[in-house]
Ligand binder design. Structure first.
Ligand code: SF4
Length: 339
């Protein structure tokens, strides 16, 4: 006799806990993706090479702590290029920019360093290619997100933005025989699947990108949440409110019926989030630094969650090279990171 009722089903990988024992499940992969690491490195190298001030158009990545840290190091964040002095050095964020922004930078003789994530650039290239072939591009994404604004700008006359199934129901397209859908890189896998299904129902000839536009980091973090949701009573996601991929992690968990909260850092944990919670899962969006996860773990430990288990759902080992104009400075990175 084990002491457990015979019909008790223990989810794989989970050891039964004693009464009152509180546990943290730390998800992996979590936190920084290759595009975010690269974008932050670009700002750090630029500051190291050229000295402050270095201008950055928009938040380099959508994380308050990362932006504050780089601001303290001498980066100046602006919303639009007219705020940058003529001829100055400016970095484009990981979310990418439209051709109109590139043209404005050229007009104002700005020295541009482009930190656009290569996986966002992939979507831009697809948009350009299909627009040239006179396709109607259905871009699935969130209106006003920096990435979507940039992608839309590649072929505005050919592109229609849809954000949900209702938008698809309202679509009126001049040539349903010549349509393609592309997506923002940081969407919910499930919601996108629903939108694509409806597109296929209404427009059976629509084609998609060769490989999915939702990026590996978004996908892996969502898969990890899905796998662990049945094993916990709540999920805490470290990430900023304007981080699309972080918000999706919260939604994926809530959709599985488990409460989830998005926090910039441990100071935002409220006692009611942990009411009657014996097992809390922790993850972080692709732009959230690991030291904030560590602080959250310390906070939870101090509140009785003394048992910590890491659940690795998928191995992740993706790296991107620096933009070509900075590639020769790769060795400097080691020095910068260890300073
Ligand atoms: S979340 Fe994906 S698309 Fe965005 S920066 Fe990271 S790897 Fe690139």
């Amino acid at each position: 006799m084990t002491g457990l009722a015979e019909e008790t089903i223990i989810p794989s990988g989970v050891v039964p806990r004693g009464e009152g024992e509180k546990k943290i499940i730390l998800l992996k992969p979590r936190g920084f993706c290759a595009g975010v690491v690269r974008a932050i490195d670009v700002v750090k190298i630029a500051l190291d090479l050229y000295g402050a001030p270095i201008y950055v158009r928009k938040e380099i990545v959508h994380n308050k702590h990362v932006v504050d840290e780089l601001r303290d190091a001498g980066a100046i964040f602006v919303e639009e290029l007219h705020e940058v002095p003529e001829g100055a050095r400016v970095i484009f964020s990981a979310h990418g920019v439209s051709p109109a922004v590139r043209a404005e930078a050229k007009d104002r003789r700005l020295q541009v360093i482009d930190a656009t994530c290569p996986l966002v650039t992939k979507v831009h290239i697809e948009a350009i290619k299909f627009a040239k072939q006179d396709y109607t591009i259905i871009l699935i994404g969130h209106r006003d997100h920096d990435e979507v604004t940039g992608t839309l700008g590649e072929a505005p006359k050919h592109t229609i933005l849809v954000s949900d199934v209702e938008d698809v129901n309202r679509l009126d397209v001049k040539d349903p025989e010549r349509m393609v859908y592309l997506t923002q890189t940081t969407l919910s896998l499930d919601e996108t699947k629903d939108i694509v299904s409806r597109l296929l129902e209404r427009f059976p000839k629509i084609i998609g990108p060769k490989t999915q536009d939702i990026c590996y980091a978004t996908e892996n973090r969502q898969l990890a949440v899905k796998a662990v949701a049945p094993l916990c009573q709540t999920l805490l996601v470290v990430g900023s409110q304007n981080s699309s991929n972080s918000r999706r992690l919260v939604e994926v968990c809530q959709k599985a019926g488990i409460p989830a909260y998005l926090l910039d850092d441990a100071s935002e944990v409220r006692p009611e989030m942990l009411d009657n919670v014996q097992t809390v899962a922790v993850t972080a969006g692709a732009s959230a630094p690991e030291h904030l996860v560590e602080q959250l773990i310390d906070h939870l430990k101090a509140n009785g969650y003394t048992d910590l288990e890491e659940a690795e759902i998928k191995e992740e080992d993706v790296r991107f090279t620096l933009p070509s104009d900075l590639e020769s400075f790769t060795p400097r990175l080691h020095t910068i990171r260890t300073q």
